[in-house]
Design a protein around this ligand. Structure first.
Ligand code: PEP
Ligand code: MG
Length: 556
């Protein structure tokens, strides 16, 4: 009999297939006492296992590239955390075996993480995966991981660890379902990057028997266990219709009446370029260069390494537009050698452009590398700074670009309300604006991006956020300049129409979202988008704004 379960849909599309569970059986080593004379050898064994696992994660990262690489490298660092290692040593010294000491030390750390807010709790799966790998290595048993199957399947897991999802074969994995995780978990981010439907936060998913047929609707967040013939037919028909709409909507982004809104891709490095090209991105709207800086926690990457990475991206979009964001370190992306370690509120401290102005040599190397990479290339290079607060910030950045001899357009990200409120003043120094709606929401609502308890205020449909978008877009129009959106808001197809109605001139998002946004935008005229935008702004809450825009666009 068909049963319906509801979670949170985080990646569009419909997948119908048999369940295969992720091999994440927790390996609990026996708690036996070891003689004191074996302690040193056990400590040595633990260290070797940790190093081998860290090396394996780094190697997987190199293979995967892009955002996945950054995630895997973060996991490798987690494995080598000095405090964790010290705890393992302590436990072995009082009689634990290496595997039991690792198991217990990670359990203690896990508890801390699980209670430290939504963002850190989302990293628990990463930590469990690291522990499982080390314990498996010490016990000499196979690593937990992706099921072996030659047939396509729906992957069900408690939560997905980046080490496995990074190497998943999208031709075999029809979709993901996880019991835990949320819209910011790696399962969600990677599902979107792979372009497979996914539902997260679905309690009870782990109990569905291996081999059961399920249908996953990544848009509604529903899954149907043992779906009826009618259900399958209806979902398949809806998916086919959607696919046909997506396939029919090709070419550059535009409204039904031909108002052009370039659709660009957000990337973390050269490895993300093929998916962007495949999705028909008209260029890159946000190249998050901080991923290049994660290899080495003590030094910036050399100029040569940067030139190579930038060149690979620029070459992929001849004649296209590539917007490179200079390093955005600090707050949720700290770098040891740049970020002060003692700030009481890192999100309000020295981060983004502020970090670069304190370390002009890092900015100079980056801009010089960009200038070299762009030499002789037909691409339209644009460079922007994160976390611009006012005109003085914008001027400091533009001056640095000029001093580096960079022939590119210089822009400012609007992520701080002051920059939106005084957008015309900022635009006296730079040629374009790009709205980072993720941080703009954080600072508008005084709601930390990493704290789950305030996630309601992170909803990009909040009318106050839409007001700031409108202010920025109006200022850019008055100055004859452009104003794009590169935060997550741009990847919501309905919101993309509203943003267009607010006067935004380009939309940049993860590659997998581009076909959905393109198709939705093509259905409505600019005037309809403007009416939807006005209705959303006239609302008093995010939900109301969403409903109001939907009502206008569906002609209710
Ligand atoms: C943003 O803040 O919206 C943005 C695009 O930057 P990031 O998510 O990298 O902080
Ligand atoms: Mg930001």
């Amino acid at each position: 009999m068909e049963t319906t379960l509801r979670g949170v849909g985080v990646s569009h599309g419909v997948a119908i297939g048999e369940v295969r569970h992720m091999g994440t059986a927790v390996l609990e080593p026996p708690a036996k006492q070891i003689p004191a004379e074996e302690a040193e050898r056990e400590q040595q064994r633990a260290r070797q296992a940790v190093e081998a696992v860290a090396a394996d994660l780094t190697a997987r990262g190199n293979l995967a590239g892009g955002e996945a690489q950054a995630v895997l490298e973060a996991q490798a660092l987690m494995a080598q955390d000095p405090e964790l290692m010290a705890d393992v040593d302590r436990r072995v010294a009082v009689g634990s075996s290496a595997e039991r000491a690792v198991y217990d030390a990670f359990a203690a750390y896990r508890e801390l993480l699980a209670n430290a807010g939504e963002y850190l709790a989302g990293r628990v799966a990463d930590l469990d995966d690291v522990r499982n790998r080390i314990v498996a290595r010490l016990l000499g048993v196979p690593m937990p991981g992706v099921p072996d199957s030659d047939e396509p399947y729906v992957l069900v897991a408690r939560d997905l660890a980046p080490a496995d999802t990074a190497l998943l074969d999208p031709t075999l994995v029809l979709g993901f379902v996880t019991e835990e995780g949320g819209p910011t978990s790696h399962s969600a981010i990677l599902a979107r990057a792979l372009g497979v439907p996914a539902v997260v936060a679905l309690p009870g998913a782990g109990e569905i028997a291996e081999g059961t047929l399920i249908a996953v609707d990544g848009s509604s967040g529903e899954i149907f266990v043992d779906p009826t013939e009618e259900r399958r037919a209806a979902l398949e028909a809806a998916a086919a219709e959607r696919k046909a709409t997506l396939a029919a909507a090709t070419g550059p982004g535009a409204t039904a009446d031909g108002h052009r809104v370039p659709l660009l891709a957000n990337i973390g490095g050269p490895a993300d370029v093929p998916a962007a090209v495949e999705a028909g991105a008209e260029g890159v709207g946000l190249f998050r260069t901080e991923f290049l800086f994660l290899d080495d926690s003590k030094n910036a990457p050399s100029e040569e390494k940067q030139v190579e990475a930038y060149r690979q991206v620029l070459e992929a979009f001849p004649e296209g537009r590539v917007v490179v964001r200079v390093l955005d370190a600090g707050a949720d992306k700290p770098l040891d050698f740049l970020t002060p370690g003692d700030e009481p509120n890192p999100a309000l401290g020295v981060r983004g452009l502020r970090t670069l102005l304190d370390h002009p040599e890092v900015l100079r190397t980056q801009l010089t590398a960009l200038a070299k990479a762009a030499e002789g290339q037909p691409v339209h290079l644009e460079v922007m700074a994160p976390m611009v607060a006012d005109r003085a910030d914008a001027k400091a950045f533009a001056d640095a670009c000029r001093e580096a001899g960079l022939r590119a357009k210089y822009g400012a990200m609007v992520e701080i309300p002051s920059a939106a409120l005084r957008a015309r003043s900022v635009l006296q120094e730079v040629e374009f604006l790009s709205l980072g709606t993720n941080d703009l929401a954080q600072y508008t609502f005084a709601a930390d991006r990493q704290v789950g308890a305030v996630s309601r205020l992170q909803d990009p449909w909040q009318p106050a956020l839409l007001d700031l978008v409108a202010l920025s877009a109006e200022a850019a129009r008055a100055e004859g300049k452009s104003c794009g959106v590169c935060g997550e808001a741009a990847s919501d197809p309905l919101l993309a129409c509203v943003l267009t109605g607010l006067g935004v001139t380009s939309l940049s998002m993860g590659a997998a979202s581009i076909p959905y946004v393109r198709a939705q935008l093509a259905k409505f005229t600019l005037a309809q988008c403007e009416r939807a935008a006005a209705a959303a702004r006239a609302s008093d809450s995010a939900d109301e704004a969403r409903r109001a825009a939907q009502a206008v666009l569906s002609g209710e």
